[in-house]
Every structure is written in structure tokens, then in C-alpha cells.
Design a protein around this ligand. Structure first.
Ligand SMILES: Cc1cc2nc3c(=O)[nH]c(=O)nc-3n(C[C@H](O)[C@H](O)[C@H](O)COP(=O)(O)OP(=O)(O)OC[C@H]3O[C@@H](n4cnc5c(N)ncnc54)[C@H](O)[C@@H]3O)c2cc1C
Length: 487
């Protein structure tokens, strides 16, 4: 379609068109939240934007499934940081989306308040709440002591090693029997935050994340409405899997797997870190060493969900049902979606090695395994009427859940990962230093990459920044979505 066939109108746009007959063109690779945010931002700035997405849907690791007759988020489901400083807050507010706060805690340890757990032993009895709370406090004390271990050691180490140093120093913090199993459950919950096992979480970095205030809120209607609103009117090509990126003559040539080429002034790459690490996209010329090593030094964690819909609610009215065990690997927990949404759905959540291992099983085997665990807690649990199983680790479009800091991470890793390579920009959750692994972090990184790209291309194309700002305000006021012609 030709650019001139769009009737955006308005004096500002005509001025731009007179000044610059051919607007700068950008290809965004990936239609997850970061890619869509980048495309939206550049599209609002009157750039010609095309989004190439390998899947047959938009959203990426935001994946709201509606087959249960209600929204089920098989990827992201919480807004971490229910506050106005959250970059997604204005949009969520504007869309009138409801949040169900599961915790007011700002730390990375608890996205659920302690009193909302019902923990069970594999013998079927419920762990007394005072034990849950007591062990929770001991866990926090142990973690505080690991910070002293960090101060005493030059080199980074895994959190498990630091915990064992603490326990050797303070034997009274060692737990036994049921309390030990509850401690393993806390470790399991912590592993879920990082999507990594405690023997791979970096002591130096585990608490360095800038967690926004306001606690953690479940998106009651699912995350998809956010994606849908941002994507409206954008030129998004589904089933377009990028296999090669060539930089030549100040342009980028993007090749998709059927051999079709797309040419633009710049590209913003938002594919997951796991996809970059697996070298599924070839770069010509090859990426410089500083960038390639940043890609290989960042870690990717894994998390999976098994959503179960039942014909009735038969479980207690708590937010989380958890199973304690001898190792964090054998612990497990179910999120009670009935509390937040009113639907008879439990979501089993797993991270690290166990999440990796379940991807070797068929979906039926996974459901059997999970139901076996549920029946240890609630022996009369009926079969689910429907289920969904995620495969974020083996899905070729994600190859992992989200990024994590490996032990011994170089200090400038994020800067190198985020930095552009001439006209190639990098965005996505892994490119957000302060809020990696989150939807709002991915969103912010998309906006930041778009802004860098816009500035560079504006200079190259001789476009006035002031004019852009005025035009954006004008368009917002008129509420007219700016559409950009195809390439
Ligand atoms: C199970 C799970 C639970 C999570 N829970 C939360 C949570 O509760 N709260 C939270 O804030 N965050 C959560 N996250 C993290 C959050 O989902 C991500 O940080 C965020 O969605 C990433 O967005 P993105 O745009 O960086 O990447 P993506 O959403 O992965 O987008 C990248 C896009 O690139 C596409 N792509 C891949 N390869 C190609 C190719 N070759 N060519 C073209 N396109 C390609 C992909 O299909 C995808 O659409 C969770 C993630 C998972 C997996």
C-alpha cells in the first residue's frame, strides 16, 4: 500500500511530508511488548515501521489464552510494581484494566503475602501457619547474612554456596525435619522469581534489581489487552521468521526464512535472548566481539505453567497451595486463580531444572505428574476438565523464560547488550538493566531503543526534533492513529 493512500491529515503532517518526502524506515523484529512499544513509538513519530514476527500471534511471552472461556496468562501475569512510576501504569489505567494485588511487598522474595499460603506435607497434612511464618523469617535472616558474605569475598559465587557459608557460621539457623522442608519451599519460590536454581543465582546480583513499589498485581483480564491496544494500526507481519540481518550501504536488509528481503534505514531487534544465544539469526557482517560476548554471558532462565480448569472449586480459599519437600526441586505450588478472577482454575508454576525437565514429557504426562502432587495435598481432587501446558524452554521463538544474572557476570554486560551496532538497535526484557525479566522492563527498553533510533535517523534525515514533538502532541489530541505505509 502506498503511503499517500493514508489520510492522517493535519497541517503538521503536511509540513513533514513537504520537508521529507520519504520518512525514515525501521524494521522491528519481534512483536512482543518491546517490539510493539518500539513500533508504536516510531509510528507516532511518523516513521515508516514494519514489524516482522515469526509466530502466528502477537505478544510473545505475553500469551493470554482464552480456550478456558476466561483469560489465562501462560506467560507473564503480574504487574511487578503496582505504582504510577511503572512505565505501563498509564496504559493500564487508560484501558481500565483491573489488578488483583497478591502482595504489597517490594522485595524480590514474595509476590504473595505470607498469610495467603497453605502449605502441605507430602503425607497430606497442612503445615501449621506459625511454622510457615517462622521459617519465612529465618530465610530472610539467612539471606541478609549472605550480603555480609558478599562483602567479605571479592569473587562472586552462587547463592547456594553463600547460604552454606552462613549456615556453617551460624549453626542455630540450620533447620531440620518439617522446618527444613518449608525452607526448601522458600528456596523454590525464590528460584521462581529468577527462573533459575539457587546454585546458579549470583550472590553479587540477586538483590540488585530495582523493584518498583506497590507490590505485585495480577492482571485480572490477562495481559493481552495491553498488547492489543499498543499494536492497533501497526503494520505487523505474522509468520515472518527472520533468519538473516545484513548491514550494507547504511541500510539493513532483513531476510526471512522463505528468502524474502525487507530493506530499511534501521532495525530494532527484540527477539528473546535465547534466540540470539542459539544463533538462529545470522548477522552479516558478524556482530562485534563485545556484543557477541554480552549475548553469551547473559543467562536465560526457565519457567513453565500448567493451567488446570476444574468443574468446581474444591480447594481452600487461599492464594497459593504449596507442597514442601526435602529439596527445592521437589517442592511445588499452585496459584489459585479463583481468588483473583472467580474462575475454577489452578495454575501450577515451576522454574529452573524442574521446569526444564517437564518439557521432556508429553502434556498428558505433565498433567498426571501435577495432579499426583495436587492429590497428595487434596486427595479428592477430580480430574481437570481442560488443561494448558507451556513449553517456554523448547519453544523456538523463546528458548527460555527470561534473562538472569549468571555467577561472575561482567560489570558492563547490560551496557554492551543494549548498545546499538550502527543502525541495529537491541531491545527486549534482557536489555532493561533495572527491570529485566519483566513486561514493564521490556516495554521501557522498546521505547528507549525507539528513541535512540529516532534521534539518529532524525539527524541523518535532517528532521527537526521540535517538529516531531509538536506533531505527536497534535496526533494524541486528535486521537488519530498514524498509519505508515508498507515497504
Ligand atoms: C512463564 C513466564 C512468566 C512470566 N511472568 C511474568 C510476570 O508475571 N510479570 C512480568 O512482568 N514478567 C513476566 N515474565 C516475563 C515477561 O513475559 C517478559 O519479560 C516479556 O514479555 C518479554 O517481552 P519481549 O518483548 O522482550 O520479548 P518477547 O515477548 O519474547 O517478544 C519477542 C518476539 O520475537 C519473536 N521472534 C522470535 N524469533 C524471531 C525471529 N527469528 N523472527 C521474528 N520474530 C521472532 C517472538 O515470537 C516474540 O513474539 C514471564 C515470562 C514467562 C515466560
Amino acid at each position: 500500500m502506498d503511503r499517500d493512500s493514508f489520510s492522517v491529515g493535519g497541517p503538521f503532517l503536511s509540513l513533514i511530508e513537504r520537508q521529507q518526502p520519504s520518512p525514515p524506515s525501521v524494521i522491528v523484529i519481534g512483536a512482543g511488548i518491546s517490539g510493539i512499544a518500539a513500533a508504536r513509538s516510531l509510528s507516532n513519530a511518523a516513521f515508516k515501521v514494519t514489524v516482522l514476527e515469526s509466530r502466528d500471534r502477537i505478544g510473545g511471552r505475553v500469551n493470554t489464552d482464552y480456550s478456558f472461556g476466561c483469560p489465562i496468562d501462560m506467560g507473564a501475569s503480574w504487574l511487578h510494581g503496582v505504582c504510577n512510576e511503572n512505565s505501563l501504569a498509564p496504559l493500564i489505567r487508560c484501558l481500565g484494566l483491573k489488578l488483583y494485588r497478591t502482595s504489597g511487598d517490594d522485595s524480590v522474595l514474595y509476590d504473595h503475602d505470607l498469610e495467603s499460603y497453605a502449605l502441605y506435607h507430602k503425607e497430606g497434612y497442612q503445615v501449621p501457619q506459625e511454622v510457615v511464618i517462622k521459617v519465612g523469617k529465618i530465610f530472610e535472616t539467612i539471606l541478609k547474612e549472605t550480603i555480609k558474605v558478599r562483602d567479605e569475598h571479592m569473587n562472586d559465587m552462587c547463592l547456594l554456596e553463600a547460604i552454606s557459608i552462613v549456615l556453617n557460621k551460624y549453626p542455630h539457623l540450620r533447620l531440620e525435619g518439617l522446618e527444613y522442608e518449608v525452607l526448601q519451599w522458600y528456596v523454590c519460590r525464590m528460584e521462581a522469581w529468577f527462573a533459575a536454581d539457587v546454585d546458579t543465582i549470583s550472590l553479587k546480583n540477586w538483590d540488585q534489581e530495582h523493584v518498583l513499589s506497590g507490590g505485585h498485581g495480577l492482571m485480572v483480564q490477562g495481559y493481552y489487552p495491553v498488547i492489543k491496544a499498543l499494536a492497533e494500526g501497526l503494520d505487523i507481519r505474522l509468520n515472518h521468521r527472520v533468519s538473516k540481518i545484513t548491514q550494507r550501504y547504511n541500510k539493513v536488509i532483513i531476510t526471512i526464512d522463505n528468502g524474502t528481503n525487507f530493506v530499511a534505514d534501521s532495525a530494532i531487534i527484540t527477539v528473546p535472548l535465547g534466540v540470539l544465544k542459539a544463533n538462529l539469526i545470522k548477522f552479516e557482517p558478524e556482530l562485534p566481539e563485545w556484543k557477541a560476548s554480552a549475548i553469551s554471558d547473559l543467562g536465560v532462565g526457565i519457567e513453565n505453567k500448567v493451567a488446570l480448569r476444574f468443574d468446581r472449586v474444591f480447594w481452600p480459599n487461599v492464594e497459593v497451595l504449596g507442597m514442601v519437600a526435602q529439596t527445592s526441586y521437589s517442592c511445588g505450588y499452585f496459584l489459585n486463580l479463583h481468588k483473583a478472577t472467580g474462575n475454577p482454575v489452578l495454575v501450577y508454576m515451576t522454574a529452573g531444572r524442574f521446569a526444564y525437565d517437564i518439557e521432556k514429557l508429553s502434556d498428558e504426562e505433565v498433567v498426571d505428574l501435577v495432579m499426583c502432587q495436587l492429590r497428595k495435598m487434596l486427595p479428592d481432587a477430580p480430574q481437570p476438565v481442560q488443561y494448558l501446558v507451556s513449553h517456554w524452554g523448547t519453544d523456538p521463538d523463546s528458548l527460555g523464560a527470561y534473562s538472569c544474572d549468571l555467577v561472575g557476570k561482567p560489570a558492563d554486560l547490560y551496557e554492551r547488550f543494549c548498545a546499538p551496532v550502527e543502525n541495529l538497535y537491541f531491545a527486549g526484557e534482557a536489555a532493561c538493566m533495572d527491570h529485566s525479566g519483566s513486561v514493564h522492563g521490556a516495554y521501557s527498553s522498546g521505547i528507549a531503543a525507539a528513541e535512540d533510533c529516532r534521534k539518529r535517523l532524525s539527524v541523518q534525515h535532517g528532521i527537526s526534533d521540535l517538529l516531531k514533538i509538536v506533531m505527536r502532541e497534535e496526533l494524541t489530541e486528535l486521537m488519530v492513529p498514524l498509519q505508515i505505509s508498507r515497504m
